[in-house]
Design a protein around this ligand. Structure first.
Ligand code: COA
Length: 179
């Protein structure tokens, strides 16, 4: 488990999949994710099997928040495409339960993944892709320490038009561990 102030990140279980199918078919959740087709339970099971074959550092992690005496799953995240020679990795997340948006959880997940990526995995650069219109996402990433490093012009086709794609990153030298 990776523990933050209000959250923990844990390995995914097969029993998480029905929630992922529900969330990833929610138009508002998937709007800025690079998903164009509806998600089925069987395709999610296939994703899960493939995910388990990845190196342990690249396996995806459930985002849980404390609820009473237990924990409640609200989303998922991962570090992936780790390039060990460059010590660079991409990061992605979604909070599938929309009732938990804008409460600081996305920021906390990113801070925890940066701590894990830099402090434990010894990475040097962690980056992500984000839609320029995903204002909440960009704000969360900035709060966690990401800065915009590139704008890929008209590199995405969505909702009948070409859209720009932002790349944001944090370098190890810019990252300040939280006390
Ligand atoms: C993007 C996402 C992870 C952000 O998580 P979150 O928990 O809502 O983020 P946080 O609460 O930590 O931060 C969001 C910030 O944006 C602000 N915000 C949200 N919408 C805003 C808007 N329209 N205008 C201005 N600020 C906005 C919030 O107020 C908050 O800032 P604050 O804490 O300074 O008030 C979440 O919305 C999500 O999973 N979305 C669907 C999937 C997705 O887009 N994934 C990311 C792909 S790159």
């Amino acid at each position: 488990m990776l523990y933050g102030k209000r959250i923990r990140l844990r390995g995914n279980e097969r029993s998480d999949l029905p929630k992922f199918v529900e969330w990833l078919n929610d138009p508002q959740v998937r709007h800025y994710l690079s998903m164009s087709m509806p998600i089925s339970q069987v395709s999610e099971e296939q994703w899960f099997e493939n995910m388990l074959k990845r190196p342990s550092e690249e396996q995806s992690l459930g985002i849980e928040i404390k609820e009473g005496d237990g924990w409640r799953l609200i989303g998922n995240c991962e570090l992936f495409d780790i390039k060990w020679r460059a010590r660079s990795a991409e990061v992605g997340l979604f909070i599938g339960d929309r009732s938990f948006w804008n409460q600081g959880y996305g920021t906390e997940v990113m801070r925890l993944l940066l701590r894990h990526g830099f402090g434990t995995l010894n990475l040097n650069r962690i980056f992500l892709h984000v839609d320029p219109e995903n204002v909440g996402g960009i704000r969360a990433y900035q709060k966690a320490g990401f800065i915009q490093e590139a704008r890929l012009r008209e590199s995405v086709f969505r909702d009948g038009k070409y859209c720009d794609d932002l790349i944001m990153s944090v370098l190890r030298s810019e990252w300040t561990p939280e006390k």
